[in-house]
Design a protein around this ligand. Structure first.
Ligand SMILES: Cc1ncc(COP(=O)(O)O)c(C=O)c1O
Length: 342
């Protein structure tokens, strides 16, 4: 199978499996797992923050961040296409009593600055209290668009004016850094806290890190326990994460080049709606003309020929490139899609 449904289907590398087998471990509940401690130190250092917390998933990292930034009755400003808003079961509201104020995402992934300003509540007894602005980098649903340092700084200025904090869902922040050819710290500096995933393009089997100020991370550690996320000999997982950070970042440019190629070739096929210029990282979200096959039918048809893509709407599909997918496999997938559409 050529599996383009998501970059979460990546398999751990041989070096990761070896590091996992050899990992030195201890009880992380007592802060005594040396491999987890090393991963947390390394992540904080790479992203330019004081401290980090290893958590089991991106969803948990975002939830813990929101529970730590906000109290009941506080409100976050978040993109209406954000994973936090759409795809985390409204966890911050369900579990934390936190309101969400969705604002539109532009095609480049940004939230319009005016929309952010308008969403900030005035001090009025009727309103929730605006506490936090959430960004997503890359913005997955907008073809994995990377947010630039300049844009993030503009959001920072709004946040500072109104005494707000910024949390970045950086599930794929290294994809953004590689695509923009900047050090990842350029993307994290203006954000108070950042969550990033080891288990997507970086190909580790499990885990995310939440990074931020030391006191924030101490409080986040309490929130992790609250949601049942405390771990014990998690160094087995952290060992793979360390290999991911050491060996899997630079190669993301290969995934981006494959996604661009895939997008350009798809855009040339009759019946496919896609602007390849919008593809800058590893996500290719494309539409079908609303007369022929629908998304499920196309996905089903290409599956018969060994290609998996993900239907995401009636006439919308996603193909993600990742470690383990070669240019030759992209060419095979294109031939299969072309045949299915014919
Ligand atoms: C942008 C974004 N944020 C957060 C997550 C959540 O990560 P996890 O699946 O590890 O909970 C995902 C997962 O696909 C994502 O795409």
């Amino acid at each position: 199978m050529i599996d383009l449904r998501s970059d979460t289907v990546t398999q751990p590398t041989p070096a990761m499996r070896e590091a996992m087998a050899r990992a030195e471990v201890g009880d992380d509940g007592f802060g005594e797992d040396p491999t987890v401690n090393r991963l947390e130190e390394r992540a904080a250092e790479m992203l330019g923050k004081d401290a980090a917390l290893f958590v089991s998933s991106g969803t948990m990292g975002n939830l813990i961040a929101l529970l730590t930034h906000c109290g009941r009755g506080d409100e976050i400003i978040v993109g209406e296409q954000a994973h936090i808003f759409i795809a985390e079961q409204g966890g911050a509201s369900v579990l934390g009593g936190i309101a969400m104020y969705p604002v539109p995402n532009l095609p480049d992934g940004t939230l319009p600055l005016d929309a952010i300003r308008r969403a900030i509540r005035s001090d009025d007894v009727h309103y929730p209290r605006t506490r936090l602005i959430c960004l997503e980098n890359t913005q997955m649903r907008m073809n994995g668009a990377p947010l630039t340092p300049k844009y993030i700084q503009q959001v920072r200025e709004i946040a500072d004016t109104h005494h707000l904090k910024i949390h970045t869902d950086g599930a794929r922040i290294f994809n953004a850094a590689v695509a923009l050819n900047v050090n990842v710290q350029e993307l994290t500096r203006a954000s108070d806290t950042v969550q990033f995933c080891l288990s997507k393009g970086l190909a580790a089997p499990v885990g995310s890190l939440l990074v931020g100020p030391r006191e924030f991370i101490q409080n986040a550690r309490r929130a992790r326990k609250l949601v049942g996320g405390g771990m014990r000999q998690a160094g087995i997982l952290a060992a793979a994460g360390l290999v991911a950070l050491e060996t899997m970042i630079e190669r993301l440019s290969e995934d981006h080049a494959n996604a661009k190629y895939l997008a350009e070739q798809l855009a040339d096929m009759p019946g496919i709606e896609l602007d390849p210029a919008t593809v800058k990282t590893n996500m290719v979200i494309f539409g079908l003309a609303p007369h022929g096959l629908d998304a499920r039918q196309l996905a089903e048809r290409v599956k018969q020929d060994g290609v998996l893509v993900q239907p995401r709407g009636e006439y919308t599909l996603r193909a993600a490139t990742h470690y383990g997918i070669t240019r030759a496999e992209i060419q095979t997938a294109l031939a299969v899609i072309r045949r299915a559409l014919a």
